[in-house]
Design a binder for this molecule. Structure first.
Ligand code: SIN
Length: 550
């Protein structure tokens, strides 16, 4: 058994009792899934929403492309369903995808009622974009490339106007807490002003996003450190399919710059991926060429770069012209101008980078995990919608649809008030020497990028596991007092879980590419679920609904 399977919480020892707060529903995470759940839960009781930084600092608010939904007359939920299933490379759950595409349009109507603005054509109809893997233009967008910002503006405004919702900015959830009856019933949190507190809740909903920061190259904001996955793991939640990390094909590749996303919608408007000689990389690789599903484009680029020896590729959006590009993608045009790039005249240097955590906490179709009292929705959850490769712009829709559904499940379950216990720290005092957290974090992110990145190999995965186990022995054995320490411990835990899952999945499927297992498993698509303290994964054929058995 590795250090990652020893029951060990991160909460620093305090001899005094911690202050306690009580609420009906605790929501950890303030992105689209968390806020959608909050609006629903507030109809039935008090809600606390925890934002790790400020409420507008989430992966959701960074979303450029938009929200996929079959709202056009010529489109259909059947077509959206078929595209989602095809992108998912055999691992989608049919029932989950049905729910997504069929309940999606009503969520869009709800957003409009909340006052979200979407881009429209001169005749007033919704302007719909095209993205990879979609057979129909069905991406709603706002202000060109600022959909996430507008969506979050509308949700935050609605949440602020709703009585019964309390928002806690800069509040770090360290660990889940279990009540005297043994069910999950809230979390221990830390706030720079209030310090450690216990928040007891009847239901705890995790909606804290993914773990892109576990990779050196990522489009994700710095908050995406997988805290909720790690915290739920420590509390006994089952994790599933964590080997599936989606690498976005086109993030900006400029020395010293963050890996800014260059939206897939740019290819939807006709841009193509080329090498430095101007050769089109996706031509002949897939019938949809540059608009193939994301895993196909990413793989096409890395294979081409491996052959050519080039460090990066380019996006050629020159046919849009400078004015046309700036009109459709104002935010991107501004960002690129900051690096001296005019997309109407220059090629945009790009490389794939980690973008979306497909796997996560195993849930049923209503967001229930295997732990009573604990629910999950949005990127942190694995409910079967995304399979082995998420279809572009399906994630905001998923946050909306499953953010609402999870609250229906909470109500149906009718959990009683928690039975609070006094907190007794089980954390041993630190035995590790002085630790340079920045160094641990950057070593981990580099190791993940090199060994658990776009193309994987069993020997390297096993080496990486040994290395993480060694790092875990001292980094998890330390007791920290502030978020950078807890985040590093969480990153290490999630990195280890992803690597273990990637080593176990001996096949190539969707975003998971193994040079030593280059084809899909002939036995069919299987989910791999992991339970705390057990060395072996449980295999479930895709298509069967996740059990979420306690
Ligand atoms: C993009 O705009 O390319 C990203 C949208 C997504 O991740 O679905």
């Amino acid at each position: 058994m590795s250090i990652f399977d020893e029951r060990r919480y991160l909460i620093p020892f305090r001899s005094q009792l911690l202050p306690q707060l009580f609420t009906d529903t605790l929501i950890v995470g303030s992105g689209v899934a968390g806020l959608r759940a909050a609006l629903e839960a507030a109809k039935h009781g008090d809600v606390f929403v925890l934002a790790k930084e400020s409420i507008d600092h989430s992966n959701s608010s960074w979303a450029q492309g938009g929200i996929a939904a079959a709202v056009a007359d010529a489109d259909s939920t059947e077509s959206h369903y078929a595209d989602t299933m095809a992108a998912g490379a055999g691992l989608c759950e049919r029932a989950a995808v049905r729910i997504l595409v069929e309940e999606g349009p009503q969520e869009i109507e709800h957003l409009m009622r909340l006052g979200m603005r979407v881009d429209r054509k001169c005749d007033g109809s919704i302007s719909l974009g095209l993205e990879g893997g979609h057979g129909h233009a069905r991406i709603l967008h706002s202000d060109g490339d600022a959909t996430g910002r507008e969506l979050m503006r509308a949700l935050i405004a609605a949440v602020r106007e709703t009585a019964g919702i309390r928002l806690f900015d800069n509040c770090f959830a360290i660990d889940l807490c279990t009540d005297a009856k043994g069910r999950v019933a809230g979390a221990v949190t830390w706030h720079p002003r209030y310090g450690l507190q216990v928040i007891w809740a009847r239901a705890t909903i995790l909606a804290a996003g993914g773990a892109g920061q576990v990779y050196r190259e990522t489009s994700n904001p710095r908050v995406a450190t997988g805290d909720a996955i790690a915290m739920a793991w420590r509390a006994g939640a089952v994790v599933r399919d964590l080997e599936f990390m989606q690498f976005h094909p086109t993030t900006l590749y400029v020395a010293g710059a963050p890996r800014h996303l260059v939206s897939e919608a740019v290819r939807g408007e006709g841009a193509v991926v080329v090498d430095r000689a101007g050769v089109r990389i996706m031509a002949g690789r897939h019938p949809r060429e540059d608009l193939a599903p994301r895993d196909v484009v990413t793989r096409g680029i890395v294979e081409h770069l491996a052959l050519s020896g080039d460090s990066h590729a380019f996006l050629d959006a020159r046919k849009l012209g400078s004015a046309g590009f700036a009109a459709r993608f104002p935010g991107l045009a501004l960002m690129l101008a900051g690096y001296g790039i005019d997309a109407g005249n220059d090629l945009i240097p790009i490389h794939p980078a980690a973008h979306y955590t497909i796997g996560g906490l195993e849930t049923d179709l209503d967001g229930r995990t295997n732990r009573v009292g604990l629910y999950a929705c949005g990127e942190v959850a694995s409910n079967g919608v995304h399979g082995a490769n998420r279809l572009a712009s399906n994630s905001l829709l998923e946050g909306l649809v499953f953010g609402r559904r999870v609250v229906a499940a909470v109500l149906k379950d009718g959990l009683p008030d928690p039975v609070p216990m006094q907190w007794e720290s089980r954390v041993r005092t630190s035995v590790a020497g002085e630790l340079d957290l920045g160094d641990v974090r950057s070593s981990l992110r580099s190791a993940m990028w090199r060994n658990v990145g776009i193309v994987r190999d069993g020997a390297k995965l096993r080496d990486c596991l040994d290395m993480f186990s060694f790092w875990g022995r001292y980094a998890l054995g330390s007791v920290f007092e502030t978020p950078d320490g807890w985040e590093t411990q969480n990153l290490l835990t999630v990195g280890h879980l992803m690597t273990r899952a990637a080593a176990e999945r001996r096949e190539t499927r969707g975003t998971h590419v193994r040079v030593d297992w280059p084809t899909a498993d002939a036995a069919g698509a299987m989910h791999l679920s992991w339970r705390f303290g057990e060395d072996c994964a449980v295999r479930t054929p895709a298509g069967e609904e996740a059990s979420a058995t306690p």
